[in-house]
Design a protein around this ligand. Structure first.
Ligand SMILES: [Zn+2]
Length: 279
C-alpha cells in the first residue's frame, strides 16, 4: 500500500505565515485580518476587528455571566456509561476516556448554582470540545437535575448550548433525554419559574429540538449555526437552494425563532437585566 503514502508534505507554509511567530498571531476566520492571540483572549474570544465570535469553554461562559466566585458546581461526578457496549472505530468507553483526558471534564455539560447581581440562579453550559457537546444519558440527567433544583429553589434556570445533538453511541438512550428534560421543564413552566437559553455556535440535533428551543426567552450569539439537521442534508432532501444565511442566528431572529441576539461582551448585562426584571 506504499504508493498511497505521500513522500513529501503536501502543504507548504506560506511566506506570509512564516513572518509571524506561531501562537502569537492568528488569521481571523471572520475577516481574514491578523489578530494578536492575547488581544483575542482579552476580548472574550471575539475578533476586535469584525466581532467574529470564536468558541468559548463552558467554564469561561459561566464565569462571564455569574457574579464573581459565586459558582458552586453540582453533579460533577456524573459521567457516561456504555449501555449498548457500542463500538464504532474504537469502543465508546475509550472515546469517553479520550475526551476526559482532552478536556479535563467528565462529560459535555457542567452545571451548578450561583448568583447574578446577588440573585440565585441555576445554570449549566455545554462544552463543545467534549465529543461535540453531544447529549447522552449523563448530560440529560444533569440537565434534569438542574431543572429540579430550579423548581425547589424557585430560582431561574439558564442553559447555554453548544452541541451537535444526541450522542449516537448511546442510541435510543440519548434520544430519550429529549423527552426526559422536556418533562422536567414542563414542571418549571407550571410553577411560572423563568427558564432562559443562550444558543451558541453550533446548536443542532436533539438539543436544538428539545430544551434549547423551549426557553421562555431564547437568546443567541451572533452568527451561530442553529437548526435540527445540517444545511447539506436539507438541501439534498428538498432539492432546492437554501436562502442566504439559512440557520444562522440573524436569519432565525428575523423569522421569529429567537428573541434576541446578544454579543458576548453584553451577555453579563443582558442576564443582569433579566434577573432584575423577573425577580
Ligand atoms: Zn475578524
Amino acid at each position: 500500500m506504499g504508493w498511497f503514502l505521500r513522500k513529501k508534505p503536501s502543504i507548504r507554509q506560506t511566506s506570509q505565515k512564516s513572518n509571524f511567530p506561531s501562537g502569537l498571531w492568528l488569521r481571523c476566520e471572520g475577516c481574514g485580518e491578523l489578530i494578536l492571540q492575547e488581544e483575542l483572549r482579552k476580548n472574550l474570544s471575539v475578533c476586535p476587528k469584525c466581532r467574529y465570535h470564536y468558541r468559548f469553554s463552558a467554564r469561561d461562559r459561566i464565569k462571564l455571566i455569574l457574579d464573581e466566585n459565586s459558582f458552586v458546581e453540582i453533579d460533577q461526578n456524573i459521567k457516561s456509561e456504555n449501555p449498548l457496549h457500542f463500538i464504532d472505530k474504537i469502543p465508546y468507553s475509550v472515546r469517553v476516556k479520550e475526551a476526559i483526558a482532552k478536556t479535563g471534564e467528565l462529560d459535555a455539560f457542567m452545571s451548578g448554582s450561583g448568583t447574578i447581581n446577588g440573585r440565585a440562579v441555576e445554570i449549566g453550559s455545554f462544552n463543545f470540545s467534549f465529543m461535540g457537546g453531544s447529549m447522552g444519558a449523563a448530560v440529560g440527567e444533569k440537565i434534569t437535575r438542574l431543572f429540579e433544583r430550579s423548581l425547589r429553589n424557585k430560582a431561574p434556570a439558564i442553559i447555554i448550548t453548544a452541541s451537535g445533538g444526541a450522542r449516537m453511541q448511546e442510541g435510543a438512550y440519548s434520544l430519550m433525554q429529549m423527552a426526559k428534560t422536556s418533562i422536567a421543564l414542563k414542571r418549571l413552566q407550571e410553577e411560572s419559574i423563568p427558564y432562559w437559553t443562550l444558543l451558541t455556535d453550533p446548536t443542532t440535533g436533539g438539543v436544538a429540538a428539545s430544551f434549547a428551543m423551549l426557553g421562555d426567552l431564547i437568546l443567541a450569539e451572533p452568527n451561530a449555526l442553529i437548526g435540527f439537521a445540517g444545511p447539506r442534508v436539507i438541501q439534498q432532501t428538498i432539492k432546492q437552494d437554501l436562502p442566504e444565511g439559512f440557520q444562522k442566528s440573524e436569519f432565525l431572529l428575523t423569522h421569529g425563532f429567537l428573541d434576541s441576539i446578544v454579543e458576548r461582551n453584553n451577555l453579563r448585562s443582558a442576564f443582569v437585566s433579566l434577573v432584575n426584571f423577573f425577580h
